[in-house]
Design a protein around this ligand. Structure first.
Ligand SMILES: [Zn+2]
Length: 165
């Protein structure tokens, strides 16, 4: 009777402890390395520097354009024309004024949006999330980022978004 009981507890405890031990020992050294490799790597420091350069250059250009626009808008509001516009009749002038102002405003707001995208891209470079599609998480190809350095979506996701709109 006593023998049977010993056998039961032995086999039961052996089964319970043996299985997790075996898998734990096997998986520990093997899993440690692949886990690090599986993480999708973003662009390296050199690439990020390169993109940062492109973005900061574009940013400067836009800031300069916006500064010029601001000056021209000031001229419009004060009504002081330094250009050939002064030859227009007052009647015509008012019409073109409104149109020009609207155009300038639209252009300025578009540039402002672009500026936001560029600022966002710079933030993402600092955070280390730059180059990843914000929709699917895949790394955006370098060629696309060279053409559109502020791109937040890969081409597939961008096309999907266009299709839904
Ligand atoms: Zn994507």
């Amino acid at each position: 009777m006593a023998k049977k009981i010993v056998k039961k507890t032995k086999s039961a405890s052996a089964k319970k402890t043996a299985r997790p031990k075996a898998t734990a020992v096997k998986s520990k050294p093997a899993a440690a390395k692949p886990v690090k490799k599986k993480v999708v790597k973003g662009f390296g420091a050199n690439d990020l520097k390169y993109f940062k350069g492109i973005i900061t250059e574009k940013r400067k250009e836009i800031l300069e354009e916006l500064a010029i626009l601001k000056e021209s808008m000031m001229d419009v509001t004060t009504g002081e024309y330094a250009s050939e516009n002064s030859t227009y009749s007052t009647h015509m002038e008012q019409g073109t004024d409104a149109m020009e102002r609207e155009k300038t405003f639209l252009f300025a707001s578009r540039e402002g949006k672009f500026l936001n995208y560029l600022d966002d891209a710079l933030k993402r470079i600092d955070k280390g999330t730059y180059g990843f599609c914000i929709n699917c998480g895949k790394l955006i190809p370098k060629a696309r980022l060279e053409a559109v350095p502020h791109a937040q979506l890969c081409i597939e996701c961008k096309n999907l978004k266009k299709g839904s709109m």
